[in-house]
Each structure stands twice: as C-alpha cells, then as structure tokens.
Design a protein around this ligand. Structure first.
Ligand code: BV8
Length: 235
C-alpha cells in the first residue's frame, strides 16, 4: 500500500441494496418491473412523459425514507481520513454517500434530488414530485425533467473522471454489475493507466476478469474491512 496515494472508487446500486434501495438487474430489481426503453431513455420521455415522471417520482420519494449503511459510512470515513487523492464516482442517483458524510463524490448518472429545466438549463434541488409539471424556480417555465442520465445520453463530468483516473494508483469497484458503459470500461482504462484494480461485490461482475483482486460478499462487510486496512497502512 506504501505506493498508493490517489484512489478512484466506482460505486453502483449494490452499495445501496442493504439500505433497501432496489438494484437494477438483481432478482426483483427495477428492470424486472419496468422496461428500460419505457422509462430511462429520452425517447420514452418524449413518448410518454407521465410514465417516466411517475417512475422517478416513486423512486425520488423512496430514497428519502432510506438511510446510509455501513458501506456508505466507511467510505465517508475514508474521505475524512485519507490524506491522498480520492474520488468516489457513483452511478447511483440516491444521496446516501453524501448523507453518510462523504464529500469527494461525483454523480456520473445524475441525482434524484435535482430537477433539470429544459427551458433555462438550471438544475434545482428538488424533493417533491414532477408529475404535476411544477414551474422551474429559476425561469417559471413548467419544463422540469429528472436530472438523470438516460440511456443514449452522455454521462456527467467524464473529463473530471478521466483526469482522476490518470492520477490513480488504485481503482476500486463496489456493488456494480459492469453491464453499462462507459462506467463498465473504467477498470480497463485504469489498468492501462497503471493503477492496481480491486473489486468488492456480492458476485463476480461482467468485468471481473479485469481486476487484480476480487473479494465477494455484502458491501456492508467488505467495505468497512477494506477501509480499515487502507487507513491502517496510511503512513
Ligand atoms: C452513453 C440512471 C454516449 C438511470 C443509468 C458500449 C458497448 C455497449 C453499449 C454501449 C456502449 N457504450 C454506450 C452504450 C449504450 C449504453 C449501455 O451501456 N448499454 C448497456 C445496457 C449495454 N450506455 C449508455 O447509453 C450511456 N450513455 O453511452 O452516451 C457516450 C458516452 C461516453 C462517451 C461517448 C458517448 C449512459 C448510461 C447511463 C444510463 N443510466 N442510471 C436510473 O437510475 O434510472 S445506468 C444504471 O444501470 C446505473 O446507473 C448503472 O450505471 C447501471 C448498472 O447498474 P448497477 O449499478 O451495476 O446495478 P445492477 O443492478 O446492474 O448490479 C448490481 C450489482 O451489485 C450486482 O453485480 C450485484 O451482484 C451487486 N450487489 C447486489 N447487492 C449487493 C451487491 N454488491 C455488494 N453488496 C450487496 N449487498
């Protein structure tokens, strides 16, 4: 560990599973209840905005009743105590990393608790529903959509993510199936940039073969013990 200074961590739905937030692909997951192309694409929003707005209103409501679990809290501790570089790149649209106290967090697929105005491009903190077409707090136009990156849309802050990857000595992937790009390609990018790679997941992900090390188990157990290990070796 002596040579590890900068760490990039990628998290997915698996880190929030033990907080009671549905994952996408696991049994009973979101994509079993809804077809991606009906609820998570710009075409779906154009075709049936009510269906899409109700889908995200339901999820925005649900996450506000959930609380961070030991995995979120362990990463928040790492964020507080790690003296080197750290960036938590999350594919999750919940706010459990921040509610656990983490600050160095980047939401590459957006956030439930933001509304995005398609008239004035302003993003506003939003905890209520969008189905009734409320006015944008900035321009007054009733043109708000969920601030979520849908399939076919460009993820957020890709240049910041690649900049952090270029300086990373260690890339850690937690609770993701490695099914969706460009996030699923980060492990290969990190390897080609010379970083060590570690996977913490309940089961092997689609990109498992690209990791130097894989530890299998629930995030609430794997992440706190990994963070203890890293901080105990910080010189
Ligand atoms: C884009 C927000 C252009 C929405 C999401 C290359 C090849 C093939 C296809 C593509 C490609 N490049 C692009 C594509 C198309 C597409 C794509 O990847 N399709 C897939 C299906 C093949 N990608 C896109 O459209 C992306 N945009 O490409 O734009 C571009 C981009 C860059 C540069 C140039 C051009 C946009 C994708 C983003 C879509 N939005 N989320 C919402 O939330 O409603 S994706 C969504 O699914 C998540 O955010 C996440 O990214 C993804 C996968 O979910 P996971 O988080 O991994 O969850 P999952 O359920 O799948 O797995 C859970 C895992 O946790 C499992 O492994 C399980 O074992 C584990 N687990 C469960 N419980 C626990 C646990 N682990 C530990 N502890 C536990 N307790």
């Amino acid at each position: 560990m002596a040579d590890i200074r900068n760490i990039v961590i990628l998290t997915g739905a698996g880190i929030s599973a033990e907080s009671g937030i549905d994952t996408f692909r696991d049994a009973g997951g979101l994509w079993e209840q809804h077809r991606v192309e009906d609820v998570a694409t710009p075409e779906a929003f154009a075709r049936d905005p009510d269906l899409v707005l109700r889908f995200y209103d339901m999820r925005r409501d649900a996450i506000q009743t959930k609380t961070p679990n030991p995995a979120h809290r362990a990463l928040a501790r790492l964020d507080r105590e790690w003296e080197g570089g750290l960036l938590i790149v999350t594919q999750n649209v919940d706010d459990l990393h921040e509610r656990a106290g983490a600050e160095r967090v980047l939401h590459m697929h957006g956030e439930h608790l933001n509304a995005w105005c398609t008239a004035c491009d302003t993003r506003s903190r939003w905890t209520g529903p969008l189905i009734d077409r409320p006015d944008c707090p900035a321009c007054g136009e009733p043109r708000l959509r969920p601030d979520i990156v849908w399939f076919g849309e460009m993820p957020y802050r890709m240049e910041d993510i690649y900049a952090a990857m270029r300086g990373a000595h260690l890339f850690v992937s937690i609770g993701t199936s490695g099914a969706v790009y460009p996030a699923a390609g980060f492990v290969r990018d990190a390897r080609s940039l010379g970083a060590k790679t570690l996977e913490l997941n309940l089961e092997r992900s689609q990109g498992s073969g690209w990791f130097d090390e894989t530890r299998l188990g629930p995030a609430s157990e794997l992440v706190p013990s990994w963070v203890d290990e890293v901080l105990s070796q910080q010189n």
